[in-house]
Design a protein around this ligand. Structure first.
Ligand SMILES: Cc1cc2nc3c(=O)[nH]c(=O)nc-3n(C[C@H](O)[C@H](O)[C@H](O)COP(=O)(O)OP(=O)(O)OC[C@H]3O[C@@H](n4cnc5c(N)ncnc54)[C@H](O)[C@@H]3O)c2cc1C
Length: 336
């Protein structure tokens, strides 16, 4: 294990932002992950587990503790009746993993094509796209419990999965995920519940896995920034969940505002409010701006600092508070 000092984090995040980590290590095995955690515990250092850095904004001052970059790889298959259990290392890259599942004819994760990051981070915010969430196929998550030091296997039912949330997100200092098991169907029916998919495949109720993936990759390329050229971490904000009463008031004022039922109220489309009610599409501070194609996405150009992104976040939050008395939350993990 090679623990490095003062390593600049910007190349490890899709925002291409972030100052140095005091200590930095890449781990390829569970034992190395344990060793790294012990190194930090011995020195009372804070720990940041890093996957692909695609859901993170790291401040310009960096991170004062140990950054552990998860590179535990490997994929195993256990065949069952009508399904296959696929066990993948946390460091496997998510989209190549999906490509492999599609090529093998396994159903369940195809609608999650094109999401950057690693397998190990998929349960953290229960990644979701195009009518599907990771929780629908995750069987269990294997992690080092940093409280006990034990390797624990957490079944789906104990992961507290919700909209972009899980026990791993709510207890960020508790688990270091090392493997995730998915139950994928060997024959399946496509999930075309999302409008874009339904409309595209009108007249073809049974598109192939490859056709779904190809369509989603093309759609995402059109709607999202190319992270090779501009920094971003996908949707920066969560869609707010408001009371039924507030949702009705908003619907009276903005009949076009998309609203969705949520467990504790009504989820409203923040992108729509930013675009149509606040006219913020393209709003800019320094090198940071709300993406023209999708205002939920904050984009950092090559001149941006993390402070530009944070200042823009604060302006958006203040406008939502002042105009609608709605508090919005970041989906992205912010390290300051
Ligand atoms: C262009 C773009 C599009 C995106 N589209 C979507 C989308 O459609 N849907 C969606 O849900 N997300 C989307 N995202 C967000 C992001 O890709 C996902 O959240 C992804 O799962 C993050 O993976 P990562 O490996 O990069 O995690 P990181 O950003 O490295 O980490 C994210 C969080 O997970 C924790 N973490 C990472 N690995 C582990 C581990 N092994 N053990 C414990 N904790 C860990 C980190 O500490 C951090 O809190 C998008 C991002 C971008 C840039």
């Amino acid at each position: 294990m090679n623990i490095q000092e003062n390593v600049l984090l910007s190349p490890y995040t899709t925002f291409h932002l972030g100052g140095p980590a005091r200590f930095f290590v890449c781990v390829q095995t569970i034992d190395e992950a344990r060793e790294a955690l012990a190194f930090a515990a011995k020195r009372s250092l804070p720990v940041l587990i890093l996957g692909g850095g695609s859901n993170m904004l790291i401040g310009d001052r960096g991170f004062p503790g140990l950054v552990i970059k998860m590179e535990c790889c490997g994929i195993e298959y256990v065949e069952g009746e009508g399904n296959t259990t696929v066990i993948a290392g946390a460091g496997e890259e998510w989209d190549p993993f999906v490509a492999q599942m599609v090529a093998k004819g396994f159903w369940g994760v195809e609608n999650l094509s094109g999401i950057p990051g690693t397998v190990g981070a998929a349960p953290v915010q229960n990644i979701g796209a195009y009518g599907v969430e990771a929780k629908e196929t995750i069987m269990w998550v294997e992690a080092i419990d940093r409280e006990s030091g034990d390797l624990v296997r957490i079944p789906n039912s104990d992961c507290a999965f919700g909209y972009r949330s899980s026990t791993f997100k709510s207890k960020p200092d508790r688990y270091c995920i090392v493997r995730v098991a998915f139950s994928l169907r060997t024959s399946g029916t496509p999930n075309l519940s999302y409008k874009d998919l339904r409309e595209h495949f009108t007249g073809d109720a049974t598109p192939s896995l490859a056709a779904i993936r190809e369509f989603l990759l093309a759609t995402r390329a059109r709607k999202l920034p190319d992270i090779r050229h501009e920094g971003c971490a996908g949707s920066f904000f969560l869609n707010p969940c408001v009371s039924q009463e507030r949702a009705s008031m908003l619907a009276t004022r903005y009949p076009q505002l998309p609203q969705y039922p949520a467990p504790h109220g009504v989820k409203v489309s923040l992108a729509w409010l930013l675009d149509h009610a606040l006219d913020m599409r393209g709003a800019r501070i320094g090198g940071a701006r709300l993406y023209e194609q999708q205002p939920l996405v904050l984009v950092a150009d090559t001149s941006a600092t993390a402070n530009d992104v944070l200042a823009l976040r604060d302006v958006v939050a203040k406008k939502m508070r002042d105009m609608f008395a709605i508090e919005i939350e970041s989906e992205v993990k912010i390290i300051l």
